[in-house]
Design a protein around this ligand. Structure first.
Ligand code: GLP
Length: 318
């Protein structure tokens, strides 16, 4: 049986990491399964890998997980749920599914506070490729979130360093992030923490690599020179301070990054590998993203997660 500690609300523990206590009986967000052994502090729980057969099911699983987390947290005006959010192609399906769940009354975002991962420097919030625009277009405009609860770095700020400092402060003031959602770059970056970033980095300005500009040029008429050179991004340390992290990896072009982050050691040249050190991290992928993993690795995760793979069962008992 899981030993439970209920302190009601949140508290700060070692290294600024926050643990939230929601009264949930299962730290996995699922119904039983392997994660119960970690108990409320999740000590010793390894990174989970949830392999779904395609993008659609990956998105539905992630959305059901998020909805379950919010519902079981039971947020209110004095106890909001704090969510870290990504942009990119990976989360689009998850956002679509969360919107559907909101429309069907399964989840509300009224008492959810959000912090986005990153933003390009020099793009106005009305620029169609800015992450501000993306978030309102794909998600916020379609749900019941309050505008004042949305936080996105301002890449047009006069003083970008101060903007980053204030962002970290706002996260602290919100009580830390309960669940950070993210994607991964083809080179294994998380947010805009490019290869070689410090694994203890905080929110700051980053110069984008040639690889990332090329990967993201698909949103800029296929022209890497139109992709901004710099971005503001939360740091690896900022993400690691979250109570929980859930990342999405879809498609062939993420297969090498997934292999590095799961089968290789923690390495700043693949910043997403930091998840190995987090006590509550989940990677949700489709089949294609697993193609560089060993067959045995995939089989292992499929076996141990077999009771947790059906996204519908996650919401059944709510
Ligand atoms: N800064 C973002 C990342 O946060 C995102 O994870 C990555 C992958 O994006 P996509 O999901 O479109 O492949 O792209 C950008 O570089």
């Amino acid at each position: 049986m899981v030993k439970r500690y209920f302190f009601g609300g949140k508290m700060q523990l070692f290294g600024g990491r926050k643990f939230s206590f929601s009264g949930e009986t299962d730290s996995s967000g699922g119904k039983g399964g392997v994660l119960q052994q970690g108990g409320i502090f999740n000590q010793g729980v390894p990174m989970r890998l949830i392999v779904q057969d395609n993008y659609d099911n990956m998105s539905k699983w992630a959305a059901a997980y998020v909805a379950r987390k919010i519902r079981t947290f039971n947020p209110g005006p004095r106890k909001p749920f704090v969510l870290g959010l990504p942009t990119g192609s990976s989360p689009v399906g998850m956002y679509r599914e969360l919107i559907r769940m909101y429309e069907e009354g399964i989840v509300s975002f009224r008492h959810v506070v959000t912090f986005n991962m990153d933003e390009y420097v020099g793009l106005d919030e009305n620029h169609p490729q800015s992450y501000h625009y993306f978030m309102w277009d794909h998600f916020f405009s379609h749900i019941d979130i309050s505008r004042e609860n949305v936080h996105i770095l301002n890449g047009m700020a006069q003083d970008l360093t101060e903007e980053c400092r204030k962002y970290e402060q706002s996260i602290q003031e919100a009580g830390g992030i309960d669940l950070f959602l993210g994607g991964i770059g083809p080179d294994g970056h998380i947010a805009f923490n490019e290869p070689g970033s410090s694994l203890s980095s905080r929110t700051r300005i980053k110069t984008l690599t040639k690889d990332t500009k090329e990967a993201n040029s698909r949103f800029f008429n296929g022209d890497p020179s139109q992709v901004p050179d710099k971005a503001l991004t939360v740091g690896v340390g900022t993400i690691m301070d979250s109570s929980e992290i859930l990342l999405l990896a879809s498609g062939h072009n993420k297969a090498r990054a997934l292999e590095q982050s799961i089968q290789q050691g923690v390495n700043h040249m693949c910043t997403v590998s930091c998840l190995q050190l987090h006590p509550h991290a989940i990677m949700v992928s489709d089949e294609e993203a697993t193609y560089e993993l060993k067959v045995g690795t995939v089989k292992y995760f499929k076996d141990i997660e077999a009771p947790n793979l059906d996204h519908r069962s996650m919401l059944e008992d709510l």
